[in-house]
Ligand binder design. Structure first.
Ligand code: AKG
Length: 284
């Protein structure tokens, strides 16, 4: 594990109770995957980490190039070819007061682990949860912050109601995203996904849109409602940890034929191809 420029064993304690990421969720993170000796969309994830930090006025204290190199070196130190990588940047050590001015510099951690699929099934049941996605004018879902309680509340509710994933609505009742992934629905051969005002600007989401366009499948970014979800022919979700998975049941309604549909199947195949053949090489 990388900790402020040094590599240490992962079971070594590295964080102070005065770290404001720990005390207040004051910090940002990323989820990145390496496949087959290559890091998928490394620069895009590092860009998003720096954008999240900028949005909360947090100086990471290193360049994007240095962050990329630290990520690659963490993988090398572990001899990983396939891994899930978690860069974490907290506001740093302060005192028992929330003022970020009390923290003199950011703490930077990079953890890498092997990880297979997030879900034990590739055909998920989803529950629309009562808790609404954070309003963008309160805490923008675009900031990948260390405060994931909104997502965790959604997951708790989905777990309690027998779903593997949650579907969040925003405060206007539009579909926002899952607890850890973006959502796509397919109706009459057209794919729809919500604009990113109410959800994370998913890198896997952007990849899915690219792959759909490459395959000439019409794709529209527009607001969608729960009615559109219930009556969809197919639904899939995308995320770095989640990768891509079909949703075949929502709130008691079977979606389409109740199994992975043709557009989703094509997406999964294309996604596997692009992740195993592109990306930044770890060992050069
Ligand atoms: C990821 O997809 O990498 C995420 O960060 C989502 C949150 C999670 O599932 O841990």
């Amino acid at each position: 594990m990388y900790v402020n420029g040094k590599f240490v064993p992962e079971n070594q304690p590295v964080i102070s109770v005065f770290d404001h990421g720990f005390l207040y969720g004051d910090g940002v993170f990323e989820g990145i995957r390496a496949y087959n000796g290559r890091v998928f969309k490394l620069r895009e994830h590092v860009d998003r980490l720096f954008d999240s930090a900028k949005a909360i006025d947090l100086d990471i204290g290193m360049s994007k190039e240095a962050m990329e190199e630290a990520i690659l070196e963490t993988l090398r130190k572990n001899n990983f070819k396939d891994a899930y990588i978690r860069p974490i940047v907290s506001r740093g050590n302060g005192d028992l007061g929330l003022d970020p001015l009390k923290c003199d510099k950011a703490n930077v951690f990079i953890v890498a682990k092997t990880m297979s699929s997030l879900y034990d099934t590739m055909e998920l049941k989803a529950i629309t949860v009562g808790v609404r996605r954070n309003a963008p004018d309160a805490l923008s879902p675009n900031i990948k912050s260390l405060n994931y309680l909104n997502n965790i509340l959604a997951k708790i509710e989905a777990n309690a109601k027998g779903g593997q994933e949650a579907i969040f609505l925003d405060h206007n009742g539009f579909v926002a995203e899952g607890s850890g992934d973006n959502i796509f629905i397919i109706k009459n051969g057209v794919v729809y996904t919500p604009p990113t005002i109410n959800n994370l600007k998913g890198i896997t989401r952007a990849t899915a849109i690219e792959l759909l366009e490459k395959n000439k499948i019409p794709t529209r970014v527009e607001n969608i409602s729960l009615f559109d979800v219930y009556t969809a022919d197919e639904i899939f979700v995308t995320g770095t940890a989640a990768e891509a998975a079909a949703v075949v049941w929502v709130d008691g309604r079977t979606i389409g034929a109740g199994k992975t549909g043709p557009v989703t199947a094509l997406m999964l195949k294309e996604f596997e191809k692009i992740t195993s053949t592109t990306g930044t090489e770890i060992y050069t």
